[in-house]
Ligand binder design. Structure first.
Ligand code: CTP
Length: 401
């Protein structure tokens, strides 16, 4: 799912459900939407404009007569700026004013002045919602092309049970996403591996690597934002599961990751191997903690781990395969060699060191496929993940069309 760069005007009218709209702003911003909030004067009795300002990162407008705000972005400009207007909560009074075409405050004026589709999420006491006056207004607005989201039935803030509850923030967000059409990976299953693997030596020691998992997690999130059903196979990392991930499978060793990925890959259209899989594991895992023998040194016998990407590409039917190559030097030639050797559809190469790559917040990638290449310059991992996903979607679609 993505609302990247989408311009959403969120209208908030006076009702207790306004507290849920705070969460809605966060959820819209999670999908990279630009959100501007306009409140009615009555809404400010329930939630402070400061709250919405902090959450949206934009100043919040209430009045038509705010000279400073008008100078920054006039209300007509704001009406033109909006790609969607969502009013949540839409109170009985707001619905009545809209139905009658009133323009007696900023929000109703904007609704008249904008060509953007109007989405209404009513919220009120069930008796009010059932009132013929409210129902007549709803009917008028519906006939005029407004889209009605809810209300839902259930327990209400006033203690009543019935129809009139505002839809949950995630439901409203999904309705907005759907209103823009599916993302570039809509309908596809994407499998992502992320993080390091730990190869146990004894009950307290292991061989690991410095992968934080952040790039892989950002990729999983970016794929979900583009409408994919995402399965994330994670090595030992301390990262929260990103929003919108369908399934997370936690593993520790390369062998466990190999098994989990091969199993999940049967259902996947695309596999992105962002994990830093350990190449070797101790031949034996000591059952007791190894003891130090002064001066004697210690030799570990290591066996090679199976290559997950190579195992997948060896199968007759396999997902579109994207690998990573973290290199300290000769990035292009090593990456292109890996692309061919492992039978990949695309490889994302990065130079490690110099504040980039492992354990760093930023990264920079060069993508290689067939005879193509594209540089994605230094950016934060979430930004880079979105660009990578856009390229993966484009290559996947062009390969299968
Ligand atoms: N990879 C894998 N299975 C492994 C090891 C690596 O699927 N057992 C995948 C990683 O997820 C990543 C890519 O291969 O997408 C990274 O390759 P790398 O480990 O650098 O490849 P190597 O074959 O180890 O090459 P080299 O040692 O020359 O760097």
């Amino acid at each position: 799912m993505s609302l990247a760069q989408r311009r959403i005007l969120l209208g908030v009218s006076g009702g207790i459900a306004a507290y849920k709209s705070c969460e809605l702003v966060r959820r819209l911003r999670d999908l990279d939407a630009q959100v501007r909030v306009v409140m009615t004067e009555r809404a400010t009795h329930f939630v402070s404009p400061t709250t919405f300002q902090a959450l949206s990162g934009q100043s919040v407008r209430v009045s038509l007569w705010d000279e400073q705000a008008e100078a920054a972005m006039g209300h007509i400009e704001l009406a033109r700026w909006a790609e969607r207007i969502l009013i949540a909560p839409a109170s009985a009074d707001l619905l009545a004013r809209l139905a009658h075409g009133l323009a007696d405050d900023l929000l109703t004026t904007l609704c008249l002045a904008s060509a953007a589709p109007l989405y209404l999420a009513p919220a009120m006491n069930q008796q009010m919602w059932a009132h013929p006056a409210v129902q007549a207004n709803i009917e008028t607005l519906r006939q005029r092309g407004a889209h009605l989201l809810g209300p839902a039935a259930g327990e209400q803030a006033c203690g009543d049970i019935g129809s009139g509850r505002m839809l949950e923030p995630h439901e409203l967000r999904e309705a907005l996403v759907a209103s823009f059409g599916g993302g570039s990976l809509a309908g596809l299953s994407v499998l992502v591996s992320a993080g390091p693997t730990y190869e146990d030596i004894d009950p307290v020691r292991f061989i690991g690597n410095r992968s934080s998992g952040r790039m892989g997690f950002a990729i999983a999130q970016a794929a979900a934002q583009e409408g994919a059903r995402v399965t994330l196979v994670a090595g030992p990392v301390s990262l929260a599961t990103p929003v919108g991930i369908a399934q997370r499978i936690d593993v520790r060793s390369a062998a466990q990751m190999h098994a989990a990925v091969l199993d999940a890959a049967t259902q996947a259209d695309i596999y992105i191997g962002a994990a830093a899989v350990g190449d070797y594991r101790p031949q034996e895992i000591a059952t007791h903690k190894l003891k130090k023998h002064d001066g004697a040194g210690l030799s570990l016998q290591l066996s090679e781990n199976p290559d997950i990407l190579a195992s997948l590409s060896a199968k007759t039917v396999h997902p579109f395969l994207v690998g990573f190559a973290a290199e300290t030097h000769d990035v292009a030639s090593y990456a292109q060699d890996k692309l061919r050797r492992k039978g990949l559809d695309m490889i994302a190469a990065n130079q490690v060191g110099g504040g980039l790559g492992f354990e760093a917040a930023d990264n920079a990638l060069t993508l290689y496929w067939g005879d193509g290449a594209l540089e994605l310059p230094r950016a934060s991992k979430p930004e880079l993940a979105q660009q990578l996903i856009a390229q993966v979607a484009a290559r996947y679609r062009s390969g299968r069309s």
